[in-house]
Design a protein. Structure first.
Length: 388
């Protein structure tokens, strides 16, 4: 079975994303209240994260499968209520900086908030764990223009270095801007620039291209396409699109992938439920290149849910009409199911597999390979896990 969307969706401004792709469990036991996440610019397949209030002043490096790669401790800093993290430009040209936002305030009693800034360190996604302590960080001290309130979201504008802070608890949350260059000596004022008709914003990120904005609540992810001819906050006043999202236990963290090919989310560890890392993959090339080979006219995404025990969807897209064949193989390489084999129009499609083979019997639990071939030539593959 398959479902298709018209080709006009491929030309629409809003990209399409897969459902959640499980990347792995956040393995480091000391990451138990992940409140923010950011993709490294300097390090391949590294994500930065941190705990909420109560932890020491440190951030953690993990790879895109949740494996621990190290800790950066800020000597002499304080984690009063760290809520978000971002990577963006700073005072030195061509050097990415990490921004850690000590901006939480559940009871709206702190008039002054802090953001710590330091050059992004070099880590490895695969080598031994590396811990380091730094002292060369700056502290940006600021107040919101209209008084104390709870905030949990920090955005770094890659085009000019401005920082945006977004409140959490109002029925209509407020957006504040700290204008670059940031003063690390004197108290700054974060100016109130916009109101959004959304409540309980707990995280967000701007794509590395600067073209796309994500904000999340506990139950939804909102998407904006940025108009670069206007200040970023003006783009936020437009009506957002809602992206696919499966809510997580106390899920507060979201970030774009390094190449903007999708976005990551991570949850807190609650009631012995481990924190999981998920990736939502961009399904087509509207507005960006997913594959460097322009001759390839299709894209095969990760199935979801995965693992599954009833039905799973396999997303794919065609930029031109083509003959498409989608099959399921066992690990020895035998074809056990053909989901489609026909001429397909351009557009976004979803093939559905119910875990049955060519004889209409349920297959055994285990790992299987799905393969999409186009015009009897080019093919792409993916792996899925079926559990009875």
């Amino acid at each position: 079975m398959f479902i298709c969307f018209p080709f006009s969706l491929l030309l629409a401004q809003t990209p399409q994303f897969s459902g959640p792709i499980f990347q792995g469990i956040v393995q480091h036991n000391e990451i138990d209240e992940a409140s923010g996440i950011a993709a490294s610019v300097l390090n391949t397949d590294i994500l930065w994260t941190h705990n909420d209030s109560g932890d020491s002043a440190r951030i953690f490096a993990m790879n895109i499968h949740g494996q621990h790669r190290g800790t950066v401790t800020l000597a002499g800093a304080e984690n009063r209520d760290w809520e978000d993290i971002a990577v963006g430009p700073g005072p030195a040209t061509d050097i990415p900086y990490i921004y850690v936002a000590d901006i939480g305030d559940n009871n709206s009693r702190y008039s002054t908030k802090y953001i710590y800034r330091f050059p992004e360190p070099i880590f490895s996604s695969s080598e031994a764990v590396h811990d380091t302590t730094i002292t060369n960080f700056a502290r940006i001290k600021f107040q919101l223009q209209d008084g104390a309130r709870d905030t949990e979201t920090l955005l770094s504008d890659p085009s000019n270095g401005d920082l945006y802070i977004i409140s959490k608890r109002e029925t209509n949350v407020r957006v504040y801007r700290l204008t670059s260059p940031l003063d690390t000596t004197n108290l700054m004022i974060a100016h109130y620039v916009a109101t959004l008709p959304i409540t309980y914003i707990v995280g967000g990120d701007i794509s590395h291209s600067g073209d796309e904005i994500l904000l999340k609540t506990y139950t939804n992810i909102f998407y904006w396409r940025r108009d670069k001819s206007k200040p970023l906050w003006e783009s936020l006043t437009a009506t957002p699109d809602t992206l696919p999202y499966t809510p997580e236990p106390q899920g507060e963290a979201i970030c774009w992938a390094k190449n903007d090919s999708g976005f990551f989310t991570v949850s807190e560890e609650i009631a012995n439920i481990p924190a999981n890392l998920f990736f939502y993959q961009r399904l087509h090339t509207s507005g960006m290149k997913i594959h460097p080979d322009r001759r390839i006219n299709f894209f095969l995404g990760q199935n979801f849910p995965n693992p599954f025990n009833q039905l799973t969807k396999i997303p794919f897209s065609l930029t031109t009409p083509a003959r498409a064949k989608l099959q399921i193989f066992n690990l020895p390489g035998e074809c056990i199911a053909t989901l489609l084999d026909e001429n397909i129009n351009a557009g976004i499609h979803f093939a559905i597999w119910d875990g049955k083979n060519l004889a209409n019997n349920l297959v055994s639990s285990g790992c299987y390979v799905y393969q999409l071939s186009v015009n009897h030539k080019k093919c792409q593959t993916g792996k899925l896990l079926f559990l009875k």
